[in-house]
Write a protein that binds this ligand. Sequence first.
Ligand code: COA
Length: 373
Amino acid sequence: MKRVIISGIGIDIPEAVITNEQLVESFNAWADRENARRAAVGEPLLQKSDTAFIEHASGVKTRHMLFPDGVLDPDRMTPRIPPRADDELSVMAEFGVAAARRALDDAGLGAGDVDMVICAASHHQRPYPAIAIEIQNALGMTGSAFDMGLGCSSAAAGLHVAYNLVRTGAQKRVLVVTPEIITGHLNFRDRQTHFIFGDAASAVILEPIADGETRPGRFEIVDTRSWTQFSNNIRTNFGFLLRAGQEDTSVVFMEGNMIKQVGNKVFKEVTVAGHRFIVDFLADHGLTPEGVRRFWLHQANARMNAMILKLAFGREVDHDRAPMVLERLGNTAAAGSIVALKENHEDMEPGDYGLLCAFGAGYSIGSALLRMM
Ligand code: COA
């Protein structure tokens, strides 16, 4: 088996920022109007959203959006993403390419150096042609490419696959790219979820190194692991069978078929599963949480990460040990832990261990144990 390193990481964060205050104002303006209609016909009224609740419950203060136009308009509450012709680069591929180019630059590589692209994301713009192949083509790469998805664990699962493909020599260099345009699938009229997500793209390049070789400032991958257990507590029902389930087939009804979650159940169940996963995975490598310099956890909820770490360590852990990008970016789905890794590793010393661990729909957990060279 070959040794494998992460030779490059790239991220792309959209410029536009939307605050909690802006989101709540637009939700409540819509809710007022909707409640006037409901009151007139005797339907139960909606409750208002609240900035203080959002900050306390989730830790999110702002999120970045690729297409903010339309989101805050109470008449629309959906990003306005102009359609593109089939021969134009698709929006998702474009976002992935931006992060991938940065990963290539970081690694000092050209397009010809990578022979596989995996587009691992929680939502794909279409089933085929695979977004990964479009990214491969846009970057001028050859070889093979495919899409994969495992909710918010997609990028970690992509690393698990890529690590084993490079380790066994099946592929020379693999690009795992995660463009998350999650605001396009979010129901901004759902009080339970409208504040959670933001957009971000990440990209990671894996390649082998020779025995005895070292690349200062880069991570060697010690091991990767993936775990799943079925749950309906985070679910989207959006898919190609929707139209066939309707009497009126002229339109596809999105309302009710977008992301929904039973957040408090997810919180409890994933906290338990997550901390056990971390402790067991580390123990299998002769490590305890105290022996790991940094944790780049999934960025879904600040209190949840604090709880997972408290259970794993048996004590409180600070943000130097487990950085959070959630407050600024919201939950960027599978890109979140990679963004945390990219922004928080340059101070690490040779020999330091780091653990990337993502969790989410499925349920699913994916992790990579890294050691700084
Ligand atoms: N504004 C004001 N109140 C709100 C609200 C909002 N936007 N959204 C929900 N509430 C209300 C609820 O209706 C509930 O009211 P009730 O007690 O009268 O029924 C109350 O706040 C508590 O709701 P709950 O869902 O129990 O809150 P919570 O503390 O669990 O926080 C989440 C909600 C979503 C922030 C939190 O559960 C979470 O982040 N869970 C983990 C999600 C996750 O990890 N997902 C996986 C990755 S995608």
